[in-house]
Ligand binder design. Structure first.
Ligand code: NIG
Ligand code: FE
Length: 420
């Protein structure tokens, strides 16, 4: 029996898959569009998508109906790279950067990740939970129905576990689908600045096993960069993670062409993220691999850095995902449509590719594309209704929230605010 019928959808746009996996290369443009459509959801799963309305007569009276009033339906956005759980903010650093200081200069002077580490260590579980819940509510209102959240602002075992426990509580209480990632190797904490090898030991020998034992993370990530973790550190930590069964991700080539993205490909990373400094040769290596290339154009915009070579990656056959990288230092935004705008204006991606990158390929980067990321029969009903006539307007009419209804696992969960 249908539990929800959404009708009067003016236009519907969704990536279309053959195999419920990612779309790569040219196939990233495979967007199915329908006009005057209806979607039927039963038990949280899409059971019918149709341009015809002749089945209406057979719908039992108990079915909940939602009149989309001609709005556009797209899949819920999948934000596959965020740092949502942290204390404080760095508006002061934002002002310093406006006055000419660089991200690296601020970090070298004791700001950056370490200043957020201090605020996060000083915050209790309850305080972090309340802040992060409010952030997730706002993300949901902007259309994000699935989000990855990384640890990485604790940088000692107890504080990293505290962040991951907060994420676990959010998973239990918040309607958003949340995927936790362990990022203990985000920066060296001050207490190990002179003994970096010891911190790498702690990540490998204490933190990773503790995270594994408690089942607190799906992925392991690392920030591989000059002054952060070297290629050697990254290989050691990521192999330790793989030995424990964690699939891996990397913050790669953000500030320099360090070779981290190629290390990721060699180790079989699920995704390599950032890629601002990836060379065209590097792009062709990633493009030919199974590793998803995740662009975080909010960080390029916010730090005035180059944009990653996503056109070259797609042309090389790669699968590109888009994510916000929401964090207090390099990308203070929740807006996936803004990422789509930047993809289309700064990275030579088409709006079709941007939609695939912000939905299906994000789901693939979280190993969830079998059940989320597109509007297809058999998938979970994570559906957005946007007050636009065509999905292009999501990225074209930028700096706006066009999302009016969010349907999550078949339930209508926003009505101007989050209602469950
Ligand atoms: O993904 N690059 C490393 N990590 C974050 C920035 C973290 C911060 O500045 O607090 C990023 O951009
Ligand atoms: Fe990040």
């Amino acid at each position: 029996m249908p539990s929800l019928l959404i009708h009067n959808i003016g236009s519907l746009a969704t990536p279309e898959t053959q195999d419920r996996k990612r779309l790569s290369g040219n196939a990233m443009s495979n967007i199915r569009t329908l006009s005057n459509a209806a979607i039927v959801v039963e038990n949280g799963i899409i059971t019918r998508i149709s341009e015809s309305t002749d089945f209406f007569a057979n719908v039992p009276p108990s079915t909940q109906t939602l009149d989309a009033q001609g709005m556009t339906a797209v899949p819920g956005f999948v934000d596959s790279h965020t740092h949502t759980v942290f204390g404080g903010n760095r508006a002061n650093e934002f002002a310093m950067r406006s006055a000419g200081k660089t991200y690296q200069e601020i970090a070298a002077a004791g700001g950056g990740i370490i200043s957020t580490m201090t605020a996060t260590r000083n915050a209790s579980h309850e305080e972090l939970y309340v802040i992060a819940k409010k952030r997730l509510d706002t993300m949901l209102l902007h259309g994000t129905t699935t989000a990855e959240i990384k640890s990485g602002y604790g940088l000692d075992a107890a504080s990293e576990l505290k962040i991951l426990e907060v994420i676990r509580e959010l998973q239990k209480t918040h309607p958003m689908t949340i995927v936790p990632t362990f990022l203990g190797a985000h920066a060296f904490p001050p207490e190990y600045r002179e003994n970096r090898a010891k911190y790498v030991d702690i990540v490998c020998e204490e933190m990773l096993p503790a995270v594994k034992e408690r089942g607190l993370a799906v992925f392991c990530d690392i920030f591989c960069e000059q002054n952060y973790f070297s290629l050697q550190d990254a290989e050691r930590i990521l192999q330790a993670a793989q030995n424990l069964g964690f699939p891996i991700k990397l913050h790669a080539d953000q500030l320099s062409a360090s070779g981290a993205s190629q290390l990721g490909v060699r180790l079989g990373a699920v995704s390599v993220d950032h890629l601002e400094c990836t060379t065209l040769e590097g792009a062709s290596i990633i493009g030919a691999s199974e590793t998803i290339a995740t662009a975080l154009p909010g960080a390029s915009l916010f730090l005035n850095h180059p944009y990653p070579p996503m056109r070259a990656l797609i042309d090389a056959g790669g699968a590109v995902a888009l994510a916000t990288d929401f964090n207090p230092g390099s990308s203070m935004t929740f807006s996936m449509p803004m990422m789509m705008t930047l993809a289309a204006t700064q990275m030579s991606m088409t709006p079709e590719e941007a939609l695939t990158a912000a939905t299906l390929n994000g789901a693939a980067a979280l190993m969830l594309s079998h059940e989320r990321g597109s509007l297809e029969v058999g998938k979970k009903a994570d559906i957005l209704l946007a007050d636009v006539e065509h999905f292009y307007e999501l990225s074209y009419h930028f700096g706006m929230n066009h999302i009016r209804h969010v349907i999550k696992d078949g339930k209508i969960i926003t009505n101007g605010k989050v209602i469950v």
